[in-house]
Design a protein around this ligand. Structure first.
Ligand code: NDP
Length: 370
């Protein structure tokens, strides 16, 4: 097993008050999606590996529907049109996607391009007046994330991050139990995600397209998981990087460990890597109980156990549940389960602090006191 796909398949696969200061407000006037048959019509931007998985998963959707594509590779168009019944008038390139503004067949653009293009593509989608889902990691840094939220807010469109686990039944049950106090106060969290990356030429190893390495790609699962395990937001961070292959990982981080501290005294110890396999799992220890998930972050089946017994929930297609879940938020104006642009920003603030700590040899970084 030496690729990201293997990793995902094998595992079928509140910031503190000070940190919240300065976070942007949410949009006021949201573009209504009005259609008689109550469907959220989606165009995918960037037709790569994960876009294929999303599109396939969306075949199981009840209210989200794939109606359009945006691609820089014309040779991909015939196959996508055929597979997903996409009409010619709903096919765009990055150059003419501003014309989507006048297309009533598309309500939302799902950005699934390399990490460092998310900022640009979300701004383009917002300018086209469409709601947006942006894949993780939201951006290269918190500054970009804030700009993305502001652009969507200004355009009156909603912005979500592709945090599919928040729609996954085992993960939702863990969060429900934590909120219900089943674990008592959560005191410690241990989360790991990673795999041995293959092709040394891929964009995931180029800083200009990936923004960073393992931390950006899979570290965000450990980090976001620490936040949903505790419901608390870190106020300090320490982090370390280990680089054993200075050639392959010349531009990006290879293996990162990081620690997060919350105002209530919880400490999370997390890690991520691009250089070895069998790195997966989430563990939560509370005053009254515990929970473990492994696999915790892949496409499923997710498996969980607690001091009260196994988490028994159905195995579902994550992408279908995510897309119908977000469609419900938009069409029924339902609150989202912590997958908004603001949640992405909260993660990016911590990611910034993690990289700062690494640059400063593990120094404790206090988060966003501004
Ligand atoms: P791929 O390389 O497979 O696909 C990316 C696509 O982006 C390309 O096929 C291409 O589509 C488009 N693109 C536009 N500009 C560029 C460029 N300069 N270089 C390369 N591609 C470009 O990547 P993935 O699908 O694996 O990842 C895309 C995003 O999805 C990442 O942010 C990743 O983190 C996220 N992801 C999320 C997962 C999840 O579980 N939530 C799982 C896997 C990935 P086209 O030819 O159509 O223009």
């Amino acid at each position: 097993m030496d690729s990201r796909r293997d990793f995902l398949q094998k595992f079928s696969l509140g910031l503190g008050v000070t940190a919240l200061a300065g976070l942007p407000a949410v949009a006021h006037d949201i573009n209504p999606v009005s259609n008689a048959d109550k469907q959220l019509r989606v165009a995918i931007l960037g037709l790569g590996g994960y876009a294929n998985i999303v599109a396939k998963g969306m075949k199981d959707c009840k209210i989200a529907k794939l109606t359009g594509i945006i691609t820089g590779t014309p040779s991909k168009i015939p196959e996508w049109k055929k597979k997903y019944n996409i009409e010619d008038k709903n096919v765009y390139s990055y150059d003419n996607m501003h014309e989507i503004k006048n297309n009533p067949d598309i309500d939302l653009i799902y950005v699934i391009t390399p990490n460092s293009l998310h900022h640009k593509h979300v701004l383009m989608a917002a300018a086209a007046g469409k709601h947006v889902i942006c894949e993780k990691p939201m951006a290269d840094n918190a500054k970009q994330a804030r700009e993305m939220i502001a652009a969507c807010d200004k355009a009156g469109v909603k912005l979500y991050i592709g945090y599919r686990l928040h729609f996954e039944p085992h993960t939702k049950e863990l969060i429900r139990m934590r909120k219900a106090g089943e674990f008592g106060k959560v005191m410690h969290v241990n989360n790991y995600a990673g795999f041995k990356i293959g092709d040394p030429k891929q964009w995931r190893l180029r800083k200009a397209l990936a923004g960073g390495g393992a931390m950006m790609d899979v570290g965000v699962y450990s980090l976001n998981g620490a936040r949903y395990c505790t419901g608390e937001e870190p106020i300090w961070v320490t982090a370390q990087e280990s680089k054993t292959d200075k050639v392959k990982f010349a531009e990006v981080d290879e293996t990162v460990t990081f620690q997060l501290g919350s105002p209530g005294g919880m400490i999370a110890n997390c890690g991520c890597t691009y250089n070895f396999n069998h790195v997966e799992g989430l563990k939560l220890m509370g005053e009254k109980g515990w929970a473990e998930m492994n696999p915790a972050f892949g496409y499923g089946p997710i498996r969980g156990n607690t001091h009260l017994g196994p988490i028994n929930q159905p195995d579902v297609t994550h992408q279908a549940y995510q897309m119908d879940g977000i469609a419900e938020c938009i069409l029924d104006n339902k609150p989202d389960p912590n997958v908004s642009g603001l949640e992405g920003l909260k993660d990016m603030i911590v990611v910034d602090a993690i990289y700062e700590s690494i640059r400063k040899d593990g120094k404790k970084i206090f988060i966003n006191k501004a």
